[in-house]
Design a protein around this ligand. Structure first.
Ligand code: C2O
Ligand code: CU
Ligand code: CU
Length: 460
């Protein structure tokens, strides 16, 4: 059969890009850039302006690279919300092509979610409104135009959202932004010989993977820290690469938060893996190290991602509380029947969900607002074995019930909006939508998403 033959031909040429494209070690030449915190437009209302624009950025010394950014030439500012805030955002498209403004992980109505149905043409603007009803967490925003998401993110459209609440403010965790509370947006890129991002040349149907790592847009970054506990908010903002973060010394650290909130208790780990779009907040205790130590965050394969320079300053002496949250997966949720099945299959441009490619005119599932359902997601292997897909659902934070029938690892027992799924693995989640609207669910390898590995759930 024709389809199988094509599939086989495609797979012949296929190899895992994580293996083929190694990362360059960071030389630690440049101090890590910290995204600016976005100020509201005026004192009274919580009104922000977020503008997608083109620009030029000095990523390499003395060389301008053409890039995209929000309110600037590259990446975006950090939006800081408090639970309970009623937020208005004026979104403006100053690009020469259509775009959307998607708030990844934010529980908002379909109208505000910024999926592919919400494209703004060049020059257009739209005001969206929502109330922040979810708990403290690290979320992000990026474009979502149909078939163009990967390229626009690759060119630089991505920004952070922090949510704070009474709990997060009472825990006494490191929270001095840019000092001991550091966002880290990991993105691998390929630059051509003119130091341009040139997406079309770099593009790969299984996801663009580059040898040059940028953290918060910084080439060859290092982070200077005091001898204190430092909170790192890790975001895998790459199109396709997975990272397994560890310390070069093998020392442990603690994870305190998942995509959508705090874990109930800190989890001690030697490494943490994030697939595209996943977040983790970790705390490293630098008070046990000094300037003599050669400490770095590395990838599992040994590549140096972020060297630390430890100053001789003592910082704040913070304690990490043993209790951080009251997240629960109830017996009732565990025992609900599976009402939706999602089968992920394929690779390169032959990716599909439940045997179909994305069709903006087709609603794949419906679900009632405020009703918890159990979705079962299965990653069907192909004749080459298959690959890991990061699965994401818009508009909701959900709970992982099980992986292949077993309870998820400790550090996944918290709110999630994305998770990795291995070939032949089955993951069950309990998911409830607080708002109405049409929401996307998709693989967060952005090229897979653009190639149609996406479906729609209508919440009514
Ligand atoms: Cu990061 Cu469709 O989302
Ligand atoms: Cu999303
Ligand atoms: Cu995928």
């Amino acid at each position: 059969n024709q389809h199988m033959e094509e599939m086989h031909d495609m797979m012949e040429g296929h190899m895992s890009h994580d293996e083929v494209v190694p990362l360059n070690d960071s030389t630690g030449e440049n101090e890590l850039k910290i995204p600016a915190m976005l100020e509201p437009d005026n004192e009274e209302g919580i009104v922000y302006t977020v503008k997608a624009q083109k620009g030029q950025t000095e990523i390499f010394n003395g060389i301008e690279t053409n890039t995209y950014g929000y309110n600037g030439s590259f990446l975006g500012p950090m939006l800081h919300f408090e639970k309970g805030d009623k937020v208005k955002i004026r979104t403006i498209n100053e690009l020469d092509e259509e775009t959307t403004f998607h708030w990844h992980g934010l529980e908002v109505s379909g109208e505000a979610d910024g999926g592919p149905h919400d494209a703004l043409q060049p020059g257009e603007e739209k005001v969206i409104e929502f109330e922040v009803t979810q708990e403290a967490s690290t979320l992000w925003f990026h474009p979502h135009p149909h078939g163009k998401t990967a390229e626009q993110v690759y060119n630089g459209l991505a920004g952070l959202i922090y949510i704070e609440d009474d709990n997060s403010k009472s825990l006494g965790l490191p929270n001095d932004y840019g000092k001991n509370d550091i966002p880290l947006i990991f993105q691998d890129r390929i630059f051509d010989d003119k130091h341009e991002l040139n997406y079309n040349a770099a593009m790969n149907d299984d996801g663009t993977v580059g040898e040059t790592l940028l953290i918060n847009g910084t080439l060859n970054p290092k982070l200077t820290v005091n001898q204190e506990k430092v909170r790192l908010r890790l975001l895998n903002g790459s199109n396709a690469r997975n990272y397994t973060f560890k310390l070069n010394t093998g020392d442990s650290f603690v994870q305190i938060a998942t995509d959508g909130g705090f874990l109930n208790a800190p989890v001690t780990l030697n490494e943490v893996t994030l697939t595209p779009s996943e977040r983790a907040e970790i705390i490293i205790d630098f008070s046990q190290f000094n300037a003599e130590n050669d400490l770095a965050l590395i990838n599992e394969d040994g590549y140096v991602l972020l060297p630390f320079e430890i100053s001789d300053q003592n910082g704040v002496n913070s304690e990490i509380p043993g209790e951080l949250n009251d997240f629960t997966l109830t017996e009732e949720e565990k025992n609900l029947p599976v009402t939706k099945k999602v089968e992920l299959f394929g690779m390169m441009d032959m990716v599909e969900i439940n045997g179909k490619k994305f069709d903006p005119e087709r609603i794949d599932f419906t679900q009632q607002q405020g009703v918890t359902e159990v979705w079962e997601i299965y990653n069907k292997p192909d004749m080459m074995g298959g690959m890991i897909h990061p699965f994401h659902v818009h508009g909701a934070q959900f709970k992982i019930i099980s992986r292949d029938g077993e309870a998820p690892p400790q550090n996944e027992r918290g709110w999630k909006d994305s998770f990795s799924i291995k070939p032949d693995e089955t993951v069950k989640i309990a998911i409830q939508f607080k708002h109405k609207g049409v929401y996307m669910f998709h693989c967060h390898i952005l090229e897979h998403e653009d190639n149609g590995m996406m479906g729609q759930v209508k919440v009514e």
